[in-house]
Design a binder for this molecule. Structure first.
Ligand code: ARG
Length: 456
């Protein structure tokens, strides 16, 4: 394709340099936003008397047809074009002649690309938020099934205190609600139109930037034209939010992988979300969770790539900034893929409550409750804590557990032990009596479920 700027040059761009320079292979995905931006721009140019009303109508109508043609596939993208902006403008001019050449008045590709990417990222953010909500749904589904399913809660991957499976899952629910807030927050800060900043310094035409901003759904305009074309903070912010989504998914995946192992066997993954081995007939592998965990690295890489592209860049636009797209598009694609497979995998997994309970019954998971029992009878907590340590040591030495020591033995440790000690350290009681707000008690679980339901 001939270059729009060829008037200044006596020689064509080297073919390999041309390929290297071109971004249409990845920025063509913004065709819709590019056309929306151009339509708003043309309408504004006519409203301000910069181009004729008839010209604007012709431009807008033809841009609408080009949009339909790209969407239907009848207009294939010409990959010899430099980028999507050049492609659309050249196609317009091919179709309506000189009128098409008026579109780029009072505009530059620098503000054009800055507006396109914001519109595109906003559309994608809405889709990612919707996917995160399907994940919250899957979490709620399992949490509701397992409000009273007891499992060991861990610290240091050592059994620590009994909790319910619902409580554990709802912890992830809280993370993903924050992720949605982080994305919404980044979108809010991004939602100012740079269109009309032109190359960097603004324009000599009497444009109305507020008009295009409003037509495109922005909350206002960027206030400094240099910043308008050179700012990519919103890419960094969104990438950071997406990297955090992946970090959460990766932690969750790690636990699903552990839970599905024979060592834990807390869950059975549905056949439709597991794979077999090519050699070991017994295998049922948690590949989906592993891949989600693995793909987290690429999204972290995308964030670091973006930060590095921007580091040390002088104002205003530099071609380095074209590198923003591959980084953020890759992150978006990866997060969307992961959020498409993870929620149904979670929703279809079968928890195995007996195995969870069995694991909770070992490891002195109720030792804190035994100390609390004595404390409530007037013994200072530190004293009770030390005494329970001795009781645990006794159990280990005698190959028994707290539930099985006879009362007479308890009394030899302290005279305040009574028959009610056994009830106090039963796992069900341990869970129900953690009455503090946000704790593992049933009332708190109901509140957490209600909060996430309301949030969705
Ligand atoms: N493809 C370019 C990008 O993505 C569009 C802006 C080009 N501007 C320029 N002055 N060369 O950044």
């Amino acid at each position: 394709m001939g270059k729009l700027w060829e008037g200044r040059f006596s020689k064509a761009l080297d073919t390999q340099a041309d390929d290297f320079n071109s971004s249409i292979h990845f920025d063509s995905r913004m065709f819709k936003q590019d056309i929306q931006g151009s339509m708003a721009h043309a309408a504004m140019l006519a409203a301000k008397g910069i181009i004729g009303k008839q010209d604007a109508e012709t431009i807008i109508a033809e841009l609408g047809v080009i949009l339909e043609d790209i969407q239907s596939g009848s207009l294939p993208i010409d990959y010899s074009a430099e980028d999507i902006h050049m492609f659309v403008e050249a196609e317009l001019t091919k179709r309506i002649g000189d009128t098409g050449k008026k579109l780029h008045t009072a505009r530059s590709r620098n503000d054009q690309v800055a507006v396109d990417i914001r519109l595109y990222l906003k559309d994608e953010a809405a889709q990612i938020i919707a996917l995160l909500k399907t994940l919250l749904d899957a979490i709620l589904h399992q949490a509701k099934l397992h409000k009273t399913t007891i499992m060991p809660g861990y610290t240091h991957l050592q059994r620590a205190q009994p909790i319910t499976f619902a409580h554990h899952l709802l912890a992830y629910g809280m993370m993903f609600t924050r992720d949605i807030c982080r994305i919404q927050d980044a979108v809010k800060r991004m939602n100012y139109s740079p269109l009309g900043s032109c190359a960097l310094a603004g324009t000599t035409y009497n444009t109305d930037r507020y008009m295009t901003a409003e037509a495109l759904g922005f909350d206002g305009i960027t206030l400094n034209s240099i910043d308008g074309v050179s700012d990519r903070d919103f890419c960094v912010e969104l990438l950071s939010a997406y990297a955090t989504v992946m970090m959460h998914l990766s932690r969750f995946s790690e636990e699903v992988i552990l839970w599905a192992s024979w060592e834990f066997k807390f869950v059975e993954l549905d056949d439709s979300y597991t794979t077999g081995s090519s050699i070991m007939p017994q295998k049922k592998n948690p590949d989906i969770a592993e891949l989600v965990r693995g793909k987290t690295g690429r999204v972290y890489g995308d964030l670091v790539a973006m930060l590095t592209v921007l580091k040390g860049l002088p104002l205003a636009y530099n071609k380095d900034m074209q590198e923003d797209k591959e980084a953020i598009f890759d992150a978006i694609d990866t997060v969307k893929q992961c959020l498409t497979v993870f929620p149904p995998m979670l929703k279809t997994l079968k928890a195995l409550p007996e195995n969870m309970l069995r694991a909770a019954q070992k490891g002195f998971i109720n030792a804190t409750d035994l100390a609390d029992y004595l404390t409530k009878k007037g013994i200072p907590f530190r004293t009770a804590y030390k005494l329970v340590g001795q009781i645990v040591a006794y159990c280990v030495a005698n190959d028994t557990v707290l539930e099985q020591i006879p009362l007479s033995q308890y009394k030899s440790f302290h005279e305040l032990f009574e028959e009610d000690v056994f009830e106090a350290i039963s796992l069900r009681r341990c869970v129900e009596s953690r009455i503090s707000a946000g704790g593992t008690n049933p009332d708190s679980i109901e509140k957490q479920i209600a909060y996430i339901e309301e949030f969705i």
